[in-house]
Design a binder for this molecule. Sequence first.
Ligand code: NAD
Length: 363
Amino acid sequence: KSAASVYKTCASSGSGLGKRYLVTGAAGFIGFHAAEQLRARGDVVVGVDNFNDYYPVSLKRARAQVLADKGVPVVELDLNDQEALQELFRLCSFTHVLHLAAQAGVRYAARNPFAYVQSNIAASVSLMEAMRLQKPMPALVYASSSSVYGLSKRFPFTEDDPVTQPASLYAATKRSLELLAHTYFNIYKMSVTGLRFFTVYGPWGRPDMSVMAFARNIVDGKPIRVFQGPNNTELARDFTYVGDIVNGVMAALDSAPLSADPKSPPTYRLYNLGNTKVHTVSEMVQTLQELMAMKAMVKYQPLGATGDVLRTNANITAAHAALGYTPKTDLREGLREFVKWYFEYYGSDGKKRPADEVGYVPD
Ligand code: NAD
């Protein structure tokens, strides 16, 4: 069924001259929004996702259904399946690959360290192999993360800062992905753009991340765990609204040189995509409870060796200059959009949960 819908989707791009996008991790939070946005402007988009159960799968299925209804098939496929991938590339001859599939989160590594190697390193190599075997080679835009800055105290983080002190396995595998992508540019002249996202939030968000996990606990009247560093330092994040991230992603895709075009040589690029306005986690909770009109119970807890860093802050000068990237959504406005979606999806009391979300507790 999915092969047929992929074929139909790709064939709809006519003579093969149009742009065709593969979005990996399309049933994920950011992949869903990016695929939806590409489709909204009329592009041919195919998604892939392995629908793994790192967080409740019903949410991934719901996102994929929304995409399918809009004409974006999401093929269930693990990127490590080289044969299936090559078949997909043969079928569609993609012009662009937006690689967002990953094992995200930092704390899950304590339970499943191999998932990071498999999904962020091995699967990425599998994808880039399928890409380089396709002629002409598609352009790659992939997700990296602010976490690569690790324990760095050089605020705001800038792309040419040394990134040699990862604080988590997640960060180490994302840095590996950057190096691998750079290698595919060096060896195969693949057009490559890496985007280091900073704590993304918004509608259809991730239940393992703070904004959504806290919203659920607020609804349930359960305490919220806010981590503190040494001397009660508050954790602070450069929270970035998903709509702003997607605008940056679109600009990166649109400006990527295509190897089919002899006039534009392939480039290697790497940009921060953040908001630049840093908020403490407590400030985020404060705003969230106001917008939900419910009370949060906050319990402070020492950070320990979770892999979380104390503070993130993006310098976005490079993305602004090259992509025109300009985040427009402040935390309150972005959280308002999130809360609106939350009560639409989980009902007016916020408690209408699919079976696999009942009792779900993130790491
Ligand atoms: P997500 O977990 O919601 O989405 C990732 C998707 O990839 C999931 O649906 C998962 O099922 C899929 N996937 C994982 N391994 C796969 C494999 N081997 N084959 C096929 N599919 C696979 O995460 P997200 O928040 O949407 O993140 C998207 C990208 O952005 C990821 O690369 C993530 O590391 C990166 N990122 C996210 C944030 C953030 O704050 N959300 C911050 C920095 C970087």
